[in-house]
Design a protein around this ligand. Structure first.
Ligand code: CTP
Length: 401
């Protein structure tokens, strides 16, 4: 087997320059990339850039190298087609099956997974015509990544930005890996909520009680769900990781804020995964000024009160019977027995139990776990990347739908 073949479609938006970075990441990680720009994309970034960076010939139209039948061959041979940026016009032409240039021909002949990373002004993204085109493409199995919110061309801000190329690359990597196994965007049409990171409970304006959760497992869950076609809300507590492409990231600080954000997002969700390390306690009082040491005086003890248990509340108050609720637990001893008891206590459907010990879980790229289910089944997940565990969790969630 040769290098995986990727078609990078580029359509005519100012974000075309960011596709150079995506191309770079794809080629450097061993993919054979064929860039297929539209004619208007070439007004933003020229043909020499695409051919130099890809090492392959580049043309927007079907009339070059006709003897090689490029309008059919490029799509047929691809393992992945990613269109970044995808303009409103390109989405419309793809949704309607038009074939008036090489990119649209390629989209019609491709039998592999297709990822669209739209970028446009908010008005165009929100226009009912675009909404319907996006829904059509998703229904047909394409992964259409939600644009990011932020600064657009000119002075505008809103939803419509092309996500960070490094994060689009992460989506492509996952879609390619799953495509090679013949699995599609199996979470399409689902809304999932993931909490990640660790809450911080403030004592005063400069101090807090916190924990060492990095958020990496929650982010891996969010990235995996985006690549599998879900709409993702990521409630992130005090993380410093890049926003996953396509996820709606809601930032929170404390357990109380996390509870509010998770419950709000969960109201129409098909699944909620509580990967965040939520503080069980918070200081009973918050000093509005910095707490000072006083000469000759012992420090006052810190009084704590219980935080709400978000996972137990979610499990007890599901908005619809089909919502799947997943918790995480870290155990050192009697892992399975403690995990089983916790699963029953919390009332969730699945509990991912990490054995914490010599191998660190916090901050590391790897994890090892057993997923316990309310129906009594156990799924061991061997030591490996956090994204592998993420995929097992979504497999088990999807089975419950
Ligand atoms: N959780 C929560 N709200 C809290 C505390 C925890 O929703 N106030 C969630 C976490 O997101 C996680 C699971 O519950 O999914 C962890 O449960 P917890 O009882 O805190 O387990 P441990 O962290 O393992 O701690 P302990 O063994 O002390 O119970």
């Amino acid at each position: 087997m040769g290098r995986p073949k990727v078609v990078l479609g580029v359509s005519g938006g100012i974000a075309a320059y960011k596709a150079c970075e995506l191309l770079r990441r794809l080629t450097e990680s061993g993919h054979d990339v064929r860039v297929v720009p539209t004619a208007s994309a070439l007004r933003f970034v020229g043909e020499p850039t695409w051919s130099a960076l890809s090492g392959n010939p580049v043309s927007p139209q079907v009339w070059d190298e006709v003897h090689e039948v490029p309008h059919v061959r490029i799509g047929q041979a691809a393992d992945l087609v990613v269109v970044a940026p995808a303009t409103a016009d390109t989405l419309a032409r793809a949704a309607h099956g038009l074939a008036d240039d090489l990119l649209t021909n390629t989209l019609l002949t491709a039998r592999c997974p297709v990822v669209f990373a739209p970028a446009m002004h908010t008005e165009m993204w929100e226009n009912p015509a675009t909404r319907e085109n996006v829904a059509t493409l998703r229904r047909r199995g394409a992964v259409v990544i939600e644009p990011a919110v932020g600064r657009l061309t000119g002075v505008d801000t809103g939803q419509g930005r092309l996500p960070d190329p490094a994060e689009i690359f992460e989506v492509c990597r996952r879609v390619l890996a799953r495509g090679a196994e013949g699995v599609a965007a199996d979470l399409a049409g689902r809304h999932v909520v993931v909490s990640a990171g660790g809450t911080r409970e403030p004592l005063d304006p400069v101090r807090f009680l916190g924990n060492r959760s990095s958020g990496k497992q929650g982010y891996a869950l969010a990235r995996s769900a985006v690549a599998r076609g879900a709409r993702v809300t990521l409630v992130a507590a005090n993380t410093d990781l890049a926003d996953p492409a396509g996820a709606d990231v809601v930032r929170v600080g404390t357990a109380v804020q996390l509870r509010e954000a998770v419950l709000k997002a969960a109201s129409d969700a098909d699944a909620v995964v509580m990967a965040a390390a939520v503080a069980d306690f918070r200081p009973a009082t918050y000093a509005s000024g910095k707490i000072k040491k006083r000469e000759g005086q012992e420090p006052a003890p810190v009084e704590l009160v219980r935080n709400p248990d978000v996972l137990a509340e979610l499990a007890a108050g599901r908005p619809h019977a089909g919502q799947v609720v997943v918790g995480f637990a870290a155990e050192t001893d009697d892992v399975l027995a403690n995990g089983r008891a916790k699963l029953a206590r919390k009332g969730c459907d699945l509990l991912v139990v990490n054995e914490v010990g010599e191998r660190r879980t916090f901050g590391s790229e790897e994890n090892e776990a057993v997923v316990l289910a309310a129906d009594g089944t156990e799924t061991p997940v061997p030591y490996g990347p956090k994204e592998a565990l993420a995929d097992v969790v979504w497999d088990l969630v999807a089975r419950r739908w």
